[in-house]
Write a protein that binds this ligand. Structure first.
Ligand code: GLC
Length: 663
């Protein structure tokens, strides 16, 4: 059951795709005040749990902190950060009352979940122009499924995107890419994708190739394809300001860029220096920007990642001027009126400054809309531009696309990665906790930068992170320029890395099948334990184990120097470890608490009582997986319904895609 409530004049975000009649009156949960903007308050009882918020900081249960939906370039996301790269305004309150809320509002929105007052949920935003969807159901799981129904089917990538990918900011030349390909293939470590970061472009200009380094690009794409490797280039939000550059010239001529109040094109500096932002809120401009992806698809490219689309701003000319004024005033100040901290802040606040976000406009149906009023839609609509373009370029083919920034609705067009993280053990745990929340908001194709993006990784962190990444649909190793090399073949005892990644490939038939079922049925790929064992008071507390699909539970190790961990089993399960000699350790464990030993080079999983999963032989790339000779592991007498398709086209509804395997 969904109730749709309308306040003021909401902005149409297209997050919800099901037509719903608006309901009059009050939602029946909490209290709403429109005295100053919009404010929803509701009492929380001590036992109430709050789920949701997708890509947000902290735990699966969001209680006890304050989260701000305001898409932000936030590489330093320590525990106190309230805004990350995305804005996913869906929560479920579970306990004394059980209900879901989706606040469809594209500007800054605050969820104070027992932070100011421990017994109160407070949702506030500046303007009372929004849709509030109130969802009811027996359980939080039912409510999530109902929410997924109204926001439409999640994006489905091609099957190769379930392989392993290597990325690094700093690969410059064809030779660099060849070395990566060789590093993997020579060491027999499976690989399907190599990501191309900004240096493949000419001066960081979107839809260009560096002439010196990437001559005969289609041949190079083919050379990689011959090794069963897909090159996945990055596309940034900002279009470089440069006379004669086609994309820039077209955008200026057709007024496709975001503008200042005086009608001039808004300038923001990002990687290329000064750029203009394509006005992806304007359908015509969105189509134009999307069509440019064809420059690369025509050369054989079949996957992309969209970046810097919060949109991130390093500085603006106006911001630089203001900082300069502050510094000059400080230098002339003989009275000590201006503190050094003011100077420091003037410089530090050059990036992603709210003042800048309030100084440019979008064209929406003939009206100018100030950016900060719709800020959280930019990454969504940039990725929608790409998704809609792919559907024009080749309607039957699936393309890989994922974005850094997102809003609910974007889950229909692409996946997301969780933005810049750090080589920190805490970010490995955050990665784990974020996954079910993302799924609740429709984002199924997701993953974090494995090993950590910023800072130097360590061998043990990399291995432990891979043991989680083995299960995330997007499994990509990515690192920042200047950090220690972290390709899998760079470490001591490379056989351990080969083993971890081989386990991924052995599991792909199962993971892909569960992904497809989740996408096609509006279900979750990752669930909190509480969703499957609602009666088990302890299961609802568990935040470091997840249910994956319908058959397994995962419990990765996320602590440095630990040789194992405690797990909680809500029911009897078969504990399986993939050992480095390719054999399996199997043991039935009764319900309850256990300490399990897990070495650095082992991948653990738990099969639910009465279930089984298929296992393939390892392969060097997805296409080489043999799904006709699989073994089943699990409980004797059980069966598994496998979903399998060609992984390339969109023939999802074919009944022949399902077959039953029996153990
Ligand atoms: C941003 C992206 C990161 C990328 C870098 C350079 O920080 O989040 O993934 O490597 O830009 O393009």
């Amino acid at each position: 059951m969904v109730g749709k409530y309308v306040y003021g004049t909401p902005f149409e975000t297209d997050a919800v795709v099901v037509e719903l009649e608006a309901v009059n009156g009050s939602p029946g949960y909490g209290a709403i005040s429109l005295d100053s903007g919009f404010c929803f308050t509701c009492k929380l009882e001590p036992q109430d749990v709050v789920y949701g918020l997708g890509e947000a900081n902290r735990g699966i249960n969001k209680r006890g902190y304050c989260y701000v939906s305001n898409c932000t370039d936030m590489p330093e996301h320590t525990e106190d950060q309230r805004s990350l790269y995305a804005a996913h305004n869906f929560i479920v309150v579970s306990g004394s009352q059980t209900f879901g809320l989706f606040v469809d509002y594209p500007a800054k929105l605050t969820f104070d979940i027992g932070y100011t007052r421990m017994d109160t949920l407070i949702i506030t935003c500046e303007e009372a122009n929004l849709y509030l969807y109130v969802l009811e159901g027996e359980t939080p799981y039912d409510i999530v499924k109902e929410f997924r129904r109204i926001i439409g089917q999640s994006y489905i990538p091609p099957k190769f995107a379930f392989g392993f990918g290597q990325s690094r900011w700093g690969y410059m030349t064809k030779e660099d890419y060849r070395k990566v390909a060789e590093g993997y293939r020579k060491n027999q470590i499976p690989l399907d994708m190599i990501y191309m970061d900004i240096d493949y472009m000419e001066a960081y200009k979107d839809f260009t190739l560096n002439h010196k380094n990437f001559q005969n690009f289609p041949e190079f794409v083919q050379e990689m394809k011959d090794q069963h490797l897909h090159l996945i280039p990055i596309i940034d939000a900002g279009v470089k300001v440069e006379k004669g550059y086609e994309v820039y010239e077209e955008g200026v001529k057709n007024r496709y860029f975001c503008q200042r109040e005086d009608g001039s094109d808004f300038v923001a500096a990002v990687w290329p220096g000064d750029t203009h932002f394509p006005d992806v809120l304007n359908p015509e401009a969105r189509k134009w920007f999307g069509d440019h992806y064809q420059f690369l698809t025509d050369q054989g490219i079949d996957g992309f990642w969209n970046d810097m689309n919060e949109p991130a701003i390093f500085y603006t000319p106006e911001g630089i001027q203001a900082a300069k004024d502050t510094i000059e005033a400080f230098l002339k100040d003989t009275q000590g009126d201006i503190s050094i901290f003011e100077v420091r802040d003037a410089v530090l606040n050059l990036a992603n400054n709210p003042r800048d976000y309030a100084s440019f406009y979008h064209q929406v149906e003939g009206q100018l809309v100030r950016h900060d009023k719709v800020h959280n839609l930019f990454g969504y609509l940039m990725t929608r531009a790409a998704g809609e373009a792919f559907a024009r370029i080749d309607p039957e083919k699936r393309f890989l696309i994922f974005s850094r920034s997102s809003y609910i609705g974007m889950h229909r067009y692409g996946g997301i990665w969780t933005g810049d993280n750090k080589s920190w053990w805490s970010h490995l745990l955050l990665n784990l906790k974020m996954m079910p929340s993302l799924n609740m908001c429709g984002f199924l194709y997701t993953g974090a930068d494995l090993g950590g993006f910023g800072a130097d990784t360590t061998r043990d962190l990399m291995l432990r992170w891979l043991a989680l990444g083995v299960f995330t649909p997007l499994m990509r190793n990515h690192a920042a320029k200047g950090t220690r090399d972290q390709e899998a073949y760079r470490f001591e005892q490379v056989e351990d890395f080969r083993h971890m990644i081989e386990v991924r490939y052995r599991l792909i038939p199962y993971l892909y099948s569960e992904y497809m079922k989740a996408a096609l049925e509006g279900d979750l790929y990752f669930k909190p334990l509480a969703f499957l064992y609602p009666e088990d008071a302890h299961a609802t507390q568990v935040e470091d184990q997840l249910m994956l699909g319908n058959e397994i539970m995962i419990a990765p190790v996320y602590t440095q120097n630990a040789t194992g961990r405690y797990v909680y089993l809500p029911e009897e399960m078969l504990f399986v470890k993939f050992l480095p000699d390719e054999t399996l350790y199997k043991k039935i464990l009764p319900a309850g608490h256990h300490y399990v030993e897990i070495a650095l080079n082992e991948v653990p999983l738990f099969i639910r009582k009465g279930a089984c999963i298929p296992l393939a032989q390892p392969a060097q790339h997805v296409e080489a997986l043999d799904t006709t000779h699989m073994t089943l592991i699990g409980y004797p007498g059980s069966q598994y319904v496998l979903y399998e398709d060609d992984g390339v086209h969109k023939d999802y509804q074919n009944p022949e895609n399902y077959r039953t395997l029996r153990l």
